[in-house]
Write a protein that binds this ligand. Structure first.
Ligand SMILES: Nc1nc2c(ncn2[C@@H]2O[C@H](COP(=O)(O)OP(=O)(O)OP(=O)(O)O)[C@@H](O)[C@H]2O)c(=O)[nH]1
Length: 305
């Protein structure tokens, strides 16, 4: 490997909830690694995805969206974003266009630069996402406002969903990556453990299948992960998970009439988990009530926040 021509480094994706951070990570990797839902604040932990192409390895770090904290869980999520920022060689500030205004949220952008990006001292690329929602003229105007007001190293518009201008994004961030040998072998898509993705898949299905407060009040933890298929192909791997909720009423909603809702959740999650692991799985879901877990430091810590 010729380290003099190979670039490798860390790019942190930061932005508001629902900006399309996870969609961008998945598009970059051409693989559905990070969960995506129409609801904000789906991503709660840092997700690592590794891009390998054209003499370049970029370790992308997807972070929880930046919002005003309303509870201890939010504070822990912001702490994860703050710590992740420290690892960045370059930061992608993801700012979504709104169809209504034809622009990005300038008040949020101001706050993002003054409270997060400028103090970090990291090179920032402003990435204006959801460009499919606005006209070419609106894009040009907004790009120039962002460049003149906040002075990032570069500004560009993309559509993470459609895959528009992803090559432009890679070209813009490449100059900020150190010239060095790759850190990971080419087949490595993530350094996060399989277990994290198993719990993320279950959380995604909760976000997609239940309304109102249920997804936000739920956390998923693995109680047991028995890998037995490889040694004995007649047996499936066994995964036992607990879904933590805050109230008994939420537990009843998750279970549904005669257990129908929980069965649907389990089936949807199992199919995706089997695809992720590439082997058959027996998935058992239990529901536990832990009152106000999102406000309790000791519980948050035990759930990895
Ligand atoms: N029209 C349009 N929608 C997009 C685009 N990128 C993402 N979305 C949608 O925006 C919503 C949020 O996308 P996510 O990728 O989950 O956003 P996120 O920033 O990771 O959200 P958090 O979980 O809050 O951190 C989803 O419904 C996506 O399909 C885009 O380029 N164009």
């Amino acid at each position: 490997m010729d380290a003099s021509s190979f670039s490798c480094g860390f790019a942190v994706i930061i932005g508001a909830p629902n900006a399309g951070k996870s969609t961008l990570l998945n598009k970059l990797l051409d693989y559905k690694l990070s969960i995506v839902t129409p609801k904000p604040q789906t991503t709660r932990k840092r997700i690592t995805g590794i891009y390998h192409k054209d003499q370049c390895q970029i370790i992308f770090l997807d972070t929880p969206g930046i919002m005003k904290p309303q509870q201890k869980l939010h504070e822990s999520m912001l702490e994860i974003t703050r710590a992740t920022l420290k690892d960045a060689d370059v930061v992608l500030a993801l700012l979504p266009y709104s169809r209504q205004s034809g622009s990005v949220d300038l008040e949020f952008t101001e706050d993002l630069f003054s409270s997060w990006l400028n103090p970090s001292g990291k090179p920032v690329i402003a990435v204006l996402n959801k460009s499919d929602l606005v006209s070419a003229e609106a894009k040009r105007t907004c790009e120039s406002v962002i460049q003149n007001s906040f002075h990032p190293k570069a500004v560009l518009s993309i559509s993470a969903q459609l895959g528009n201008n992803i090559e432009g994004l890679i070209s813009a961030l490449k100059p900020f990556l150190p010239l060095k040998e790759p850190l990971y072998p080419e087949e490595t898509l993530s350094t996060d453990p399989e277990r994290l993705f198993v719990t993320e898949i279950i959380r995604e299905k909760i976000f997609l299948l239940y309304g109102n407060e249920i997804p936000y009040a739920s956390e998923v933890i693995i109680d047991e992960f028995k890998e037995q298929h490889e040694n004995d192909p007649s047996r499936k791997d066994l995964i036992r998970c607990s879904i933590i909720v805050e109230r008994d009423s939420q537990k009843q909603i998750l279970i549904g009439s005669k257990g129908a809702a929980l069965k649907k959740l389990g089936q949807a999650a199992r199919l995706d988990i089997e695809e992720l692991l590439g082997r058959p799985v027996f998935l058992e879901l239990f529901i536990k009530v832990r009152n106000d877990w999102r406000k309790k430091n000791n519980l948050l810590k035990s759930y990895g926040y």
